[in-house]
Design a protein around this ligand. Structure first.
Ligand code: XMP
Length: 325
């Protein structure tokens, strides 16, 4: 029978055999997979591992702290954070088109990560023990989707920008045989923070694709507040297990008239997009209890300045995608 303790022991052995005394690097995204993969590698080879976390400013409230503070405290991992919020905001200024946003975010992310990798690689050469391995949180469904097959004997390599052409990192993928729920169980067994282990899917481009319209610091802060309220209320209602994810979207290009306090307002709507799904390929909108919707709506309009309306997305996928952009 499946047992997280056995899997951990097995993987620790495998990682040690693969890596030996070489140095290893891992990019953390804040998500479950990379966090658990890195924790396993750290358990196996300790300080031979260094992790990189790119904070692009498109994260949700408390997410950076959960990685930089709680995750580090729980694991003892050496973490290098690259704070590039300004760089991302500058690159995204004036851009509203979803595909253009995605391209810019993807490009800046890779560039930032590769620069950090290159710097750490250079540093690691000082005592003739350069970084040789790159950890990736590839899961079994990813392996099947890309047609690799778990037993495919081909070693994948990853070319790293900013490094000499002849240098490539060999991949360490300790989660290749596992499903998401197994990864969560292993993360819990390794003592990772519940906020990270229980995290629902969150897109790489982050809140950048949950602002319909131009991305600004003010809009990100506003959306972070609304999103934190929704996440807190869904958790308090015990619905985390039932909901696949619940994007919270700011319609920054839309305004509507409202009345708040003594006067008329002209504010933005927030969209709630709670969905139930098995694999994100199809999804249905989650029938949240009306009282909970009322509470979320009241809190958002009272606590988030600039928002005077909360609307519920009742579209299945297809035809609607889960994200709005
Ligand atoms: P859609 O919107 O296509 O989303 O129904 C399906 C799932 O994928 C997530 N998603 C992304 N994840 N990078 C990611 O890592 C992306 O660019 C991206 N776009 C969408 C989305 O949150 C949902 O879980």
């Amino acid at each position: 029978t499946w047992n997280s303790g056995n899997v951990i022991a097995e993987q620790v052995e495998k990682i040690r055999a693969q890596v030996g005394d070489a140095r290893v690097i891992c990019g953390l995204s804040g998500g479950v997979d990379s966090a658990v993969a890195a924790a396993l590698v750290h358990k196996a080879v300790g300080d031979q591992l260094v992790c990189v976390f790119v904070n692009h400013g498109l994260l949700r409230q408390d997410e950076a702290e959960q990685v930089e503070r709680d995750y580090v405290a729980a694991t003892g991992i050496r973490l290098v954070t690259v704070n590039v919020e300004e760089k991302f905001l500058t690159a995204l200024a004036g851009v509203s088109d979803p595909e253009t946003k995605r391209k810019i975010i993807g490009r800046e992310f890779i560039r930032t990560f590769e620069e950090a990798q290159a710097a750490l690689y250079e540093e690691s050469k000082a005592d003739n023990r350069p970084i040789k391995f790159l950890v990736q949180g590839t899961l079994y469904p990813d392996v099947v989707e890309s047609g690799g097959g778990v037993t495919a004997g081909i070693k994948s390599h990853h070319n790293v920008g900013g490094l000499p052409d002849d240098i490539e990192f060999e991949l360490v993928e300790p989660l290749r045989a596992l499903f998401k729920d197994e990864v969560r169980a292993i993360g819990a067994e390794l003592g990772l923070p519940a906020e990270i282990v229980g995290r629902q899917p969150f897109p790489g481009p982050g809140l950048g694709i949950r602002i319909v319209g131009e991305i600004t610091k003010e809009r990100l802060d506003l959306l972070r507040k609304a999103d934190a309220i929704v996440r807190a209320e869904l958790s308090a209602a015990g619905l985390d297990g039932e909901i696949w994810q619940c994007p919270v979207v700011l319609l920054a290009d839309v305004r509507s008239v409202g009345v708040q306090g003594d006067g008329r307002t002209y504010g933005h709507p927030i969209v709630l997009r709670p969905v139930s799904s098995e694999d994100a390929m199809t999804a249905d909108w989650t029938r949240l209890p009306y009282d909970l919707l009322a509470k979320i709506s009241n809190r958002i309009t009272n606590e988030v300045e600039g928002v005077n309306r909360v609307v519920l997305d009742v579209t299945s996928k297809p035809p609607g995608t889960i994200e709005w952009e």
